[in-house]
Write a protein that binds this ligand. Structure first.
Ligand SMILES: Nc1nc2c(ncn2[C@@H]2O[C@H](COP(=O)(O)OP(=O)(O)OP(=O)(O)O)[C@@H](O)[C@H]2O)c(=O)[nH]1
Length: 365
């Protein structure tokens, strides 16, 4: 979890690019207006093209991804802050210390510091911008006013800027506490849905996924199947080797299945020695073969000298059936697989007995 002192800038490349374009347009428009009206100051006549060129270069580097974002953010911040501070100081000097409109823009320096930079850099740049602003204006004004008057104006600027900084910092802190609280809620939610032994979804997690699937299912967006996998004779394993070994078997099977299922599939532990897999968008034949390959993989697994098998019941999604119906079907098929001798896959119950005992098969009356 990142804290406020090191959190990265939240600015995405796309938003940063748009802000740069905005800056290029605004500077160009002001430049043209000032130039045409003949009121352009010599400082701005020199500074506007430099700023516009800098923003354009940074924009090109941003869209071509030729430089790390944080450097481009820092360069842009430095150009804007440098221009605003230098412009205000220069205008005060050029107008014999008379108040300049340029001073009104100085507050922007603190806003864009927190917008463009990660928090630690923003704090440093804020302190730097504040110091240069106060000292620079003091030097500009002291040349025309008494020390008392100069201090009065500079202190006024300093207090206003401290208010900016404190308010911005408060907003950052509030955002950060809100983020932390949200992260904690997601973490708790995560643990509530994860089985501590096997680290896959627990029953509650599966129920949540089931609700989401049910919605998609009703919208007809997703075809899927439910695979119920139950370890065969697991009680015997516990009785012979102890519960810790039994736990080991559960963990190893969960880990194997998690690695071998299709990337979009969902796996969970329904309870005890029973696992569920939701598998998406495959034909019935593919699902059956898939279930069978998982069954075979488990049968080849050796866990501390122990081998185990699983029986698998498959329920296919059907337009006229809800999830609970499909789950019920898978459960019935699992029961049939157990009855048929275990270590087998059943996806329908027919009257024809075609069992290939110990292998996959469609069974059983
Ligand atoms: N080690 C361990 N055992 C568990 C856990 N949860 C359930 N079990 C055991 O799983 C066993 C399930 O036994 P049964 O329901 O009789 O099923 P089985 O022996 O696998 O027989 P079949 O399913 O019919 O092949 C019980 O002995 C439970 O105590 C667990 O988290 N760890």
């Amino acid at each position: 979890m990142k804290n406020t002192s090191s959190g990265p800038s939240m600015l995405s490349r796309a938003v940063f690019g748009r802000l740069l374009l905005l800056a290029i347009v605004c500077f160009s428009v002001v430049w043209i207006i000032d130039y045409n009206s003949g009121i352009i100051a010599s400082f701005d006549a020199f500074a506007y093209p430099i700023c516009i060129s800098s923003f354009s270069v940074v924009y090109l580097l941003t869209i071509t991804k030729k430089a790390p974002d944080q450097y481009l953010h820092l360069v842009t911040y430095s150009v804007v802050a440098g221009y605003l501070i230098a412009s205000s100081i220069w205008h005060h000097m050029a107008t014999n210390g008379i108040f300049s409109n340029a001073a009104q823009w100085l507050g922007l320096n603190y806003v864009i510091a927190y917008l463009f930079l990660e928090v630690r850099k923003a704090i440093l740049m804020t302190i730097l911008a504040f110091s240069v602003t106060v000292i620079g204006h003091f030097i500009a004004l002291i040349q025309h006013y008494s020390i008392e008057d100069t201090l009065g104006v500079v202190l006024n600027i300093a207090v206003a800027h401290i208010v900016y900084i404190v308010l911005l910092w408060t907003v950052i802190q509030l955002r950060s506490s809100e983020n932390k609280a949200q992260q904690q809620v997601s973490m708790l939610e995560h643990y509530a849905y994860i089985d501590p032994l096997t680290r896959i979804l627990n029953r509650r997690g599966l129920e949540k996924v089931t609700q989401e699937l049910e919605q998609e299912f009703h919208l007809g967006q997703q075809e899927f199947a439910i695979l119920l996998l139950d370890i065969d004779y697991f009680k015997d394993i516990n009785d012979r080797y102890g519960h810790l070994k039994g736990d080991d078997v559960l963990t190893n099977i969960a880990s194997l299945l998690s690695r071998k299922i299709n990337p979009k599939d969902i796996i969970g532990r329904w309870g005890g020695e029973e696992f569920i897999i939701y598998t998406m968008n495959q034909s019935r034949k593919e699902i059956f073969d898939y279930a069978n390959s998982l069954r075979e993989l488990v049968s080849k697994l050796v866990i501390g000298g122990i081998t185990v098998t699983v029986s698998v019941g498959v329920g296919y999604s059907q337009p006229d059936k809800g999830l609970s119906d499909i789950f019920y079907l898978a459960d019935q098929h699992l029961y049939a697989a157990k009855k048929a001798g275990r270590n087998t896959v059943v996806d329908r119950i027919s009257n024809s007995k075609e069992s290939e005992n110990g292998k996959a098969g469609l069974l059983v009356s």
